[in-house]
Design a binder for this molecule. Structure first.
Ligand code: ATP
Length: 322
C-alpha cells in the first residue's frame, strides 16, 4: 500500500492554480521532502491531504483511504505539524501534550508514559512543567513536533520542521525522523526550503513550482540526471602559458581559468574514462598537477536551475478560503 497517492490533485483559488494536477506516490516508511519556492503550492497540497482544504479537481488516497470519503479516519491516523503551530501558552508542556492525547483518544493509561517517552526523544524533560508561553521559539517548535507525533501516527506531515531550530536541536529532530522511519516504519512527508537537510534526510524529493511537480527522485537520482554538469577542477603548482591550448587540444571545455590561483575548471563528458587520460597527458606534458577535484551538482544547484528556468511564483494574497 502507498502512504500517499494523488491523482491530478488540483486546487484553484479564484483564477490562481495553487496546485496543478499533482501526481505523487509516496511509499510506506519513506521520508519524502517536497521542495519549492515560496508560494509553489506545498502547504496547499498538504492541507488537501489532511482534509483542511477541498481539492478543486482530482483526488488522493492517504493510507489507502480516499480523502473525499474517509477524512475522520485519515485525521486520526496522521500527524500534522503546520507552518505556524499553536500551543496553549498558559498550559504547561505536559498539559498541552495531555490535552492533545485526549483529543486523539490515546488511552488514559498510556498518556503519562508516552509523555515521558516523547519528551525524552526530543530532549525536553526539564521543560515539562513550564508554561508553553515561556518557552523559546525553538523549544515550542520541538513541543509542536512531539505533539504531532504523540499518537504514533503512521504518516506524519511536517511543514518546515527545523526552520526555527538551532543546529543541535535540528540534528536531534532529524535523527528522530530517521529512527522512526527505519525502526517503526513511519512515513514522513516534509515540506521544506532547507535543501541541505532534504538531501541528507530524504529517500526521495519532489520539486514543485507554480503548483506543478517539475522533478522527482532520490537526491542521488536527481544528481545522476545532471551528472554531465559536473565541474572538474585541475590545480597546478606552477602556471604554464600553454594551459588553455592543452585543454583545447584535448577538446575539453574550460569553464574558468585562474592564472593567479593556478587552476582551470572544466566540463568533462565522460569523467570515469577521461580523467585518468587527462592526468596522464598532463604529466607527459610536464604540467605540475597538485589536485584534481570533481564538483558534482548539488541538490541546491539542480533545484535553483529548475526553479529559475520556470520563474518563481508570484505571492497572491487573495484569501478565498481559510
Ligand atoms: P511557502 O513556502 O511560502 O509556505 P507554499 O509552497 O507552501 O509556500 P502555498 O501556501 O501552498 O505555497 O501557496 C500556493 C499559492 O496559493 C500562493 O500563491 C498562495 O498565495 C496561494 N494561496 C494559499 N492559500 C490561499 C488561500 N487560502 N486563498 C487564496 N490564495 C491562497
Amino acid at each position: 500500500m502507498l502512504a500517499v497517492e494523488t491523482n491530478n490533485l488540483t486546487k484553484m483559488f479564484h483564477k490562481l492554480k495553487a496546485v496543478d494536477e499533482l501526481n505523487l506516490e509516496i511509499k510506506e516508511a519513506e521520508i519524502y521532502s517536497l521542495l519549492g519556492p515560496n508560494g509553489a503550492g506545498k502547504t496547499t497540497s498538504v492541507r488537501m491531504l489532511t482534509g483542511l482544504l477541498r481539492p478543486t479537481m482530482g483526488g488522493a488516497r492517504v493510507l489507502g483511504l480516499d480523502i473525499s470519503e474517509n477524512l475522520q479516519e485519515i485525521r486520526s491516523r496522521v500527524g500534522h505539524l503546520t507552518e505556524t503551530p499553536a500551543l496553549y501558552e498558559r498550559l504547561t508542556v505536559r498539559q498541552n501534550l495531555d490535552f492533545f492525547a485526549k483529543l486523539y483518544k490515546v488511552p488514559e493509561t498510556e498518556i503519562k508514559p508516552r509523555i515521558e517517552e516523547i519528551v525524552d526523544l526530543f530532549e525536553l524533560p526539564e521543560k515539562l512543567d513550564d508554561p508553553a508561553g515561556t518557552l523559546s521559539k525553538g523549544m515550542k517548535q520541538k513541543v509542536a513536533i512531539a505533539r504531532a507525533m504523540f499518537h504514533k501516527p503512521e504518516l506524519i506531515f511536517l511543514d518546515e520542521p527545523t526552520a526555527s531550530l538551532s543546529p543541535e536541536s535540528a540534528k536531534v529532530v532529524r535523527e528522530q525522523i530517521i529512527k522512526l522511519a527505519k525502526k517503526e516504519k513511519r512515513t514522513f512527508f516534509i515540506c521544506t526550503h532547507n535543501l541541505f537537510e532534504a538531501e541528507r534526510l530524504s529517500s526521495r524529493v519532489g520539486i514543485i513550482n507554480h503548483g506543478r511537480l517539475v522533478a522527482q527522485g532520490s537526491p542521488a537520482e536527481l544528481r545522476e540526471m545532471r551528472k554531465d554538469e559536473t565541474i572538474t577542477i585541475f590545480r597546478f603548482s606552477t602556471w604554464e602559458s600553454n594551459t588553455k591550448e592543452f585543454f583545447d587540444d584535448m577538446k575539453i571545455e574550460i569553464v574558468e581559468q585562474n592564472q593567479d590561483k593556478k587552476y582551470v575548471s572544466t566540463i568533462i563528458k565522460d569523467i570515469e574514462k577521461q580523467t585518468p587520460n587527462i592526468i596522464n597527458s598532463l604529466a607527459k606534458s610536464n604540467f605540475q598537477l597538485v589536485e584534481v577535484k570533481h564538483e558534482f551538482p548539488t541538490l541546491e544547484r539542480i533545484y535553483l536551475e529548475l526553479v529559475e528556468m520556470e520563474g518563481v511564483p508570484r505571492e497572491e494574497n487573495n484569501m478565498e478560503e481559510i
